[in-house]
Design a binder for this molecule. Structure first.
Ligand code: CP
Ligand code: NVA
Length: 310
């Protein structure tokens, strides 16, 4: 593939794929996961290499992409800012030109979305967003698949977002717009969703609430995230005060639907954004959610490299 190749797709934001493509990916994920559970070898990516670039810490993203790529027969190169020339000011455009001549697909976790966009613009191969300050599309892909596995179709449902208007919230907003569910959002003042960042004009898919309890009322899924995302550590003390009421607790789960699920992308801080009794309780599906990162990303890499199967 060459830069500008119209057949090449990147996955930089959730809105880079359409609803029909998501339906396909969820079905492929189900099949790929089933094969994994049956110990059935499935190696469509033999001789393909994934480069992973981490400018921020990771446990799940690193393990899920690396294990997933090896399971599909490929191999992985792992780069961090500290151990590559990225940390010594080599332009991102030059890094993209070089890395994409040697590997078949790239996953990047970095700070500004513009950085991954600049990389993609100079890459010969598909680029996947493994988290930026603005978006975390692979996580929402896993969250949606997890919901569908447990409860069926997401269209027409209600998802409650409690907490920071961050990369996860922006991505949920794009997903609600594309997949036809309602997003209830409650953030502290000063941490609101930015519709311009998400690029979502459709306000009908979102309802905003001052009180997090009201956001959870009638929800099919309640979800939250850390109060302080990576890159915002200098604001931690202030955020501990500002987010105090945005802790998902048993009272919030009690006003959601009786069969509501709880999700958290992890890592979690029990006693801050979520009470231990919720994340460790019967409605929580956080471990399935974490595992599903690997299955959805296998389907995503297969799709970006091979197109539709069958
Ligand atoms: N949820 C998530 O992306 O986890 P990591 O930061 O551990 O990759
Ligand atoms: N919003 C969090 C997600 C971590 C997976 C962060 O960006 O740090």
């Amino acid at each position: 593939m060459k830069p500008g190749d119209t057949l090449m797709k990147h996955y930089l934001q959730f809105k880079d794929l359409r609803a029909q493509e998501y339906a396909y990916l969820f079905e492929r994920t189900r099949e790929i996961k089933q094969r994994f559970k049956n110990y059935e070898k499935y190696q469509p990516l033999v001789d393909r290499t994934l480069a992973m670039i981490f400018e921020k810490a990771s446990t799940r993203t690193r393990v899920s992409f690396e294990a997933g790529m090896y399971q599909m027969g490929g191999s992985v190169v792992n780069l961090t800012t500290g151990d590559s020339q990225l940390g010594r000011a080599e332009p991102i455009e030059d890094s993209a030109r070089v890395i994409s001549r040697m590997v078949d697909i790239v996953m990047i976790r970095t700070f500004e979305q513009t950085k991954i966009e600049r990389f993609a613009a100079h890459s010969r191969v598909p680029v996947i967003n493994g988290l930026t300050n603005e978006f975390h599309p692979c996580q929402i892909l896993a969250d949606l698949f997890t919901f569908i596995e447990h409860r069926g179709a997401i269209a027409g449902r209600t998802v409650a977002w409690v907490g920071d208007g961050n990369n996860m919230a922006n991505t949920w907003l794009q997903a609600a717009d594309i997949l036809g569910f309602t997003l209830h959002v409650s953030t502290p003042s000063g941490y609101e969703l930015d519709f311009d960042v998400a690029g979502v004009k459709n306000r009908a898919c979102v309802k905003l609430f001052d009180n997090p309890l009201d956001a959870c009322r009638g929800a099919d899924l309640v979800t939250t995230d850390v109060w302080t995302s990576m890159g915002y550590e200098a604001e931690n003390e202030r955020r501990l005060v500002d987010f105090e009421k945005w802790c998902v607790d048993a009272e919030m789960m009690a006003v959601a639907r009786s069969d509501a699920l709880f999700m958290h992308c992890l890592p979690a801080h029990r006693g801050e954004e979520v009470a231990a009794e919720v994340i460790d309780g019967p409605q929580s599906v956080v471990w399935d959610e974490a595992e599903n990162r690997m299955h959805v990303q296998k389907a995503l890499m297969e799709y970006l490299l091979l197109g539709r199967i069958g």
